[in-house]
Design a protein around this ligand. Structure first.
Ligand code: SAJ
Length: 420
């Protein structure tokens, strides 16, 4: 596969950067997305997601003709599936996007093709993928039945990149390559070595699937420890941030940072894929999820108590005149992504339950989501000068200098902004 054509299924936060990085004079990439608007935009050399340098890379790949988007898969040497794996209402994984991607590529598959599943997946999904492909293409052989001699090579190679650093991490991170056979792994390693500078480490598919879930569950459990600690400390009147800083001076202690809850599309989702497979055993992992999911309500309760105290201290002040400023709406610091954001959820709930106009400070966006348009998107200085209650939800760089500034208001620092 010296001059491979790659077909990438799903042009989102992982698929599009991967497609754009892979595309080069030697390597043609066909990007596939079910959303025609996304396809049209990419073919104009534009992007629908914000990620540093991605727009430039896509523009260049498209204008040189190395990257082209379409709504239907076309024949290629390798297929890379990077579609979402959300969970359903009951927290069971939703594999329908992977199944749809399999059924879409099956008709164009040919002997010697490589199919890689990058989407974060519950253990056993790569085996299901083979089942779906084989059901449409009984004329081809797969590694589950024909091992090394199979027509089609299959591997699970989970993505591990951090939003905001995707292009750098796609190149520099080590990759876990879970081939179904040695031949499958070797083919996948050859593909990734075209652009990955980190190590490509080979294992089997089930271990690769579990490895990705383990990484995000490890982080979730550790954040849950910090979040639980923050609630305990508030009750015991101890400064959590100072406590964690002190404890982290121990050579074998490294506590993460508490926050308003865990957001994003991965850490709050992936641990449930372990819980759903082994509910009787995954007790710690499940509890960590519940602790992190409970944190936004705890922050909201702190705000309500602050409002009640304020009204008690100032009998002339009416509840609807209390000015509350929320700092940060994104799901984490220094990004503009509001999806699955605990900060946004807190602001929404405060707006609904308190019935007041909030001052919302989010330097990374130009307009508020539709349901918050009645509220005021403002800057740090204005909010800091005028609010009675300041709710610090995200540690954006624009907020870090606030520590030096004086405010008469009550400060609820859910993200440790003033502590750093
Ligand atoms: N958070 C805390 N305290 C911390 C660290 C994070 O409350 O000390 C919160 C953040 O504010 C955010 C959430 O956790 O709401 C998740 O943020 P994150 O930076 O930990 O992770 P993501 O979701 O942006 O990316 C993670 C990464 N996984 C790990 O670090 C193990 C990334 O490498 C994965 O590729 C990504 O999930 C993914 O796609 O699975």
């Amino acid at each position: 596969m010296s001059v491979p054509t790659l077909c990438v299924l799903g042009l989102g936060y992982i698929g599009l950067p991967t497609a754009a990085l892979f595309a080069s004079p030697q390597r043609t990439v066909i990007g596939v997305d079910i959303n025609p608007h996304v396809v049209d935009l990419i073919n104009l050399g534009q992007v629908h997601i914000i990620e540093p340098d991605l727009d430039r890379l896509v523009r260049s790949a498209v204008s040189h003709g190395y990257l082209r988007a379409t709504t239907r898969p076309e024949p290629a040497d390798a297929f890379l599936i990077a579609v979402p794996t959300p969970f359903l209402e009951n927290r069971e994984p939703d594999l329908s996007y992977i199944e749809a991607a399999c059924r879409a590529i099956a008709p164009v598959l040919k002997k010697h093709d490589l199919v890689i599943l990058e989407s974060t997946s519950p253990v056993g999904t790569t085996e299901l993928l083979v089942k779906w492909l084989a059901s449409v293409r009984p004329d081809l052989t797969f590694p589950t039945t024909h091992q090394q001699a199979s027509d089609i090579r299959i591997a699970h190679c989970p993505e591990r990149v951090l939003p905001g650093h995707v292009l750098r991490e796609l190149v520099s991170n080590d990759r876990i390559i879970g081939g179904m056979t040695d031949a499958c792994s070797a083919a996948a390693v050859r593909l990734y070595q075209q652009f990955v500078e980190g190590q490509c480490i080979v294992t089997d598919t089930r271990t690769a699937e579990m490895c990705k879930l383990t990484e995000n569950s490890f982080r979730d459990v550790n954040i849950a420890f910090a979040n639980e600690l923050s609630m305990i400390c508030a009750q015991l009147k101890i400064d959590t941030w100072e406590l964690i800083r002190l404890a982290n001076h121990h050579p074998r202690v490294n506590i993460l940072q508490p926050g308003p809850g865990v957001g994003g599309h991965c850490i709050a989702v992936d641990p449930w894929f372990i819980v759903s497979k082994t509910p009787d055993l995954a007790l710690l992992i499940r509890t960590a999820r519940l602790v992190n999911d409970s944190k936004p309500q705890w922050v909201i309760q702190q705000v309500k108590v602050a409002v009640a105290n304020l009204l008690f201290k100032h009998p002339g002040l009416r509840a609807h005149n209390v000015r509350i400023a929320c700092y940060g709406l994104a799901f984490k610091a220094d990004i503009d992504d509001l999806r699955e954001s605990p900060a946004l959820g807190i602001a929404r709930q405060l707006a609904n339950e308190l019935g007041i106009t909030l001052l919302l400070v989010e330097p990374n966006i130009d307009a508020l989501p539709d349901d918050l348009t009645g509220h005021s998107l403002t800057d740090v200085a204005c909010a800091w000068d005028s609010a009675h209650i300041h709710v610090l939800l995200v540690g954006h760089r624009e907020f870090r200098s606030m520590s030096a500034r004086h405010s008469n208001g009550v400060v609820i620092d859910a993200a440790g902004v003033l502590a750093n």
